[in-house]
Design a protein around this ligand. Structure first.
Ligand code: NAG
Ligand code: NAG
Ligand code: NAG
Length: 584
């Protein structure tokens, strides 16, 4: 998970919560609604353009400047190469929502660093877009601090091996996309990666070689020390769990608190295999079919009497669209609903089912009836404009940062087409979603050779404080099994299971989970082993008072803390602001 063009500030869903009845407004919940950069119907540029990072001089100390809205920003100098600490510097861009308590009071508990995933996701965007809710969940004693990992966004140097935005639009990695064998896509993808990575080597090798998770872990320690604190407090999601587990293995004595949430199989990641992510993807999909059948035609527009019917209907739709893409004209742009776009839309919806399933069902029903526009509008991009980020240097979160981090971190992969074809076959035999997931490893075909002296395991450690891991029972890209496996390397760590579909705990409204998050950060309390947290609300029933879960809350008065935490996690899980353009 991580950030993207969808830095839309558009909050399309309002959750109304009273202390007694949890009630979701029955308006239009449209998943990853619309639009990159679209706000109401005017074009805006998310967090861009409002604030100049260059106005902050890089420093070894923390000097905070007001920025964005109710945020503070700073730039910290760190060694570009930690083996050569007196050499060149990198500059890490950070944004925080400060604690409600001044640093010189006994209530102040220091920063919690957050990472939204990616790799290549921007922690600055994460805190600008979602910091309030994160801050509410952990409590007012802490700063919530997001940073752009080295290579990413506003940190310097930035991975950017295209020279213009137009070049990137034409040739840049498009994170995930479908490789359709009937069109020869596998071989084309191989050739595309080869030429783009040749460009990377030619243009940016000196920068690229310093971009890896090992060095970002060291940067996190520097950020912590710059706050005058010895030990890290951290909450990392998705790829952020790779970063957390790496930190914990490298610096087991420097952990005050660490939550890793939506946990990646770290060994699989460092082997550049990406073979263990899709274990529960179909389980998440099945929850769509089951939920839709159970919800009935009023609440699920793609309803059919049984889950099997719905599944069959979706397969028919895939086949029909593959044969005959649907042309679409909207107010802002035009394009096609083709097989790639349909599969990507369904796949992305699995990351955040509470926000996206009802809208997905409507979009699919419309598409089946011949109208592709609603589904198209859910993923509509402002048509590419040449003057976009060229005029605004330093603010673009480039797509190639992802490739730089994951290809540097992982083992080199074989370069031949035959090897990639074999890999593609292997992945698609294991899961139908292999047809898009295989594009991640493809980014590393022909990646420049850099010395691999960074930490690559083992992922074990007797940590100075036990780690809390969170895994969902049906996470489409980070299966619960990976959380359990990772936990084994860190004695005393506990896996909290959230019984929900979606990617990471932020994907579903669980008061139970987020109360454990708060208790862990504030009191150091870990859940008992085998704790399972449920969620409040149901996937399709937007007319809230129907569901049993809501009934449970009738007559149970929430404390004001619970009320706040529930409102925050509901807002997050229902929001279109959660980033999805990165795989993890
Ligand atoms: C980092 O610095 C050391 C010491 O100067 C050097 O040997 C090493 O090659 C550098 N690492 C990279 C990735 O350039
Ligand atoms: C979905 O399946 C049902 C039952 O098999 C069928 O009657 C219906 O026409 C299908 N709908 C679509 C849109 O394919
Ligand atoms: C952690 O501590 C245990 C018990 O002292 C020891 O057996 C184990 O080797 C340690 N693990 C690591 C990674 O240091």
């Amino acid at each position: 998970m991580a950030v993207s063009p969808q830095k839309t500030m558009l909050l399309i869903f309002a959750a109304l919560i009273s202390p007694f009845i949890f009630k979701l407004s029955s308006g239009n919940i449209q998943g990853y609604v619309s639009s990159f950069y679209k706000k109401d119907s005017t074009v805006s540029f998310g967090t861009c353009a409002k604030f100049s990072w260059e106005s902050i001089p890089p420093s070894d100390h923390l000097i905070w400047h007001d920025c964005y809205t109710k945020r503070e920003c700073a730039r910290l100098s760190v060694p570009l190469n930690y083996t050569d600490p007196q050499g060149e510097k990198a500059v890490i861009a950070m944004t925080r929502i400060p604690s409600r308590f001044p640093a010189n009071t006994p209530w102040y508990r220091g920063p919690i660093l957050v990472n939204p995933g990616g790799p290549g996701g921007s922690g600055v965007d994460f805190v600008v877009d979602m910091g309030e809710e994160l801050s509410t969940i952990v409590g007012p004693q802490f700063d919530i601090l997001g940073f752009d990992p080295r290579g990413v966004g506003r940190s310097v140097p930035r991975v950017s091996f295209f020279e213009t935005a137009a070049e990137r639009a034409l040739w840049g990695p498009i994170s995930l996309h479908v490789l359709d064998t009937s069109r020869g896509d596998v071989a084309r993808e191989w050739a595309r990666s080869k030429v783009v990575n040749e460009l990377a080597r030619e243009r940016q090798l000196d920068v690229l070689r310093h971009m890896n998770t090992d060095h970002t872990a060291r940067d996190m320690l520097r950020i912590t020390e710059a706050h005058g604190r010895e030990r890290l407090q951290y909450w990392g999601f998705s790829y952020g769990t790779v970063l957390g587990a790496t930190f914990a293995a490298m610096f087991p004595d420097e952990i005050e608190r660490m939550i890793i949430d939506g946990v990646v199989d770290v060994e699989d990641y460092y082997k550049t295999l990406w073979t263990h992510n899709l274990l529960d993807t179909d389980k998440t999909m099945q929850i769509f079919f089951d939920g839709c059948a159970a919800a009935g035609p009023d609440d699920c527009a793609f309803y059919a009497p049984t889950p099997e019917d719905i599944s069959r209907n979706l397969t028919s739709l895939y086949n029909a669209i593959r044969e005959k893409p649907v042309p679409v004209r909207t107010k802002h742009s035009y394009g096609l609903i083709d097989y790639n776009r349909l599969r990507m839309k369904v796949f992305n919806s699995l990351y955040q089912p509470f926000a996206s399933f009802p809208g997905l069902a409507r979009g699919l029903a419309d598409l089946a009836a011949g109208n592709g526009r609603p589904l198209f509008e859910m993923t509509e991009k402002t048509p590419f404009q040449c003057n976009c980020d060229e005029g605004l240097p330093g603010i673009d979160v480039t797509s190639e940062a992802q490739a730089a981090i994951l290809c540097n971190d992982g083992d080199d992969i074989p370069e031949s087409l035959e090897d990639f074809q074999k890999y593609f076959k292997h992945l698609t035999e294991k899961s139908s979603w292999g047809e898009l997931w295989s594009t991640i490893r493809a980014e590393c075909i022909g990646w420049p050779k850099v010395p691999k002296s960074h930490y690559q395991g083992p992922f074990v450690g007797n940590t100075s404080y036990p780690i809390l891991l969170i895994g969902n029972t049906a996470d489409p890209v980070t299966p619960l099994r990976a959380a359990k496996k990772t936990s084994e390397g860190y004695p005393g760590s506990v896996v909290l299971t959230q019984d929900s579909p979606g990617h990471s705990s932020l994907a579903a409204p669980s008061l139970c989970t987020q109360k454990y998050v708060r208790a862990y950060f504030t009191d150091g309390r870990l859940p008992d082993k085998d704790t399972v947290c449920g969620v409040i609300g149901s996937l399709f029933s937007q007319s809230a008072d129907k569901t049993a879960a809501h009934q449970m809350f009738l007559g149970h008065k929430l404390t004001s803390d619970e009320h706040e935490i529930l409102a925050a996690i509901t807002s997050l899980s229902m929001s279109s602001r959660l980033p999805v353009s990165h795989p993890l």
